[in-house]
Ligand binder design. Sequence first.
Ligand code: ATP
Ligand code: MG
Length: 283
Amino acid sequence: MDNNYEIKEKTERLAMDKQGIKVEALTKIYPTKNGVVKALENITFDVKPGEFVSIIGPSGCGKTTLLNIVAGFIQPTSGKVLVDGEEVRGPGPDRGVIFQQYAVFPWLTVYENVEFGLKNKVNRVPPGKRREIVMKFIKLMGLQNFVNAYPKELSGGMKQRVAIARAYAVNPKILLMDEPFGALDAQTRSFMQEALLKILSQERKTVMFITHSVDEAIFMSDRVIVMSAQPGRIKEIIKIDLPYPRKMEDRTLPEFREYEKKIQSLVREEFFKIHAEITELLN
Ligand SMILES: Nc1ncnc2c1ncn2[C@@H]1O[C@H](COP(=O)(O)OP(=O)(O)OP(=O)(O)O)[C@@H](O)[C@H]1O
Ligand SMILES: [Mg+2]
């Protein structure tokens, strides 16, 4: 009896260990006309179920490449990504993606864009329920006066909010977000950060979040991964020991300031590596 219990417990623990995202020894080399570009080198990390992990690093260090591999849009040169123990071989409805450049369908209205994911077979939501969900996220994104507008009638920040609403509406288990709030003004950005944390407190999700903002990375995350300049490698992983729910005022905490100083200096180190090379080229 005891033995059975132990086996059950061990099996459950092993199943739990497999949950979430596991990135194992990823390398990505792009062939180009001018030779090969090594975008990623030997990247290994995991994102546990319900965990919020941010990735920060200089422009061109391979963040979007990494996210696209986890999303299943591109294949790694070597290494692999596991989602809940299954190797990623393509995109799937378990992973909602918000792209760096707002990806909205220009021929659909705001409403139809947000509804889009709810209409496909896997995520099929009954039509009655659909309107409620679509309107909830349109309102959350402050787009209620633009329900029937087309993307060409919207600003860049508004288009990005449509893309965010579309991803949230599908309610995927995993959110892969590539600088989702980068195109937004400071006020909206801060509101979007709090809204996402609120959603996550209600619906447990696993999040991989790319940002250039050290402040945003600390405010949102359980852990922050700092990447080195090209080829992208993991420079350091910093655990953010601040309790959720987080509030605006947390930014004034001495611990927050310490994290900021540390991560800022890691990011700057990498920036100046690139900068030094540029300076050499100019001399
Ligand atoms: N399709 C492609 N073909 C060839 N090279 C590519 C391709 N996509 C990206 N690269 C190269 O790979 C490297 C990493 O690009 P990536 O877009 O992943 O960087 P990033 O960290 O997201 O940068 P940013 O912060 O500016 O968004 C860059 O040197 C880029 O030129
Ligand atoms: Mg990018």
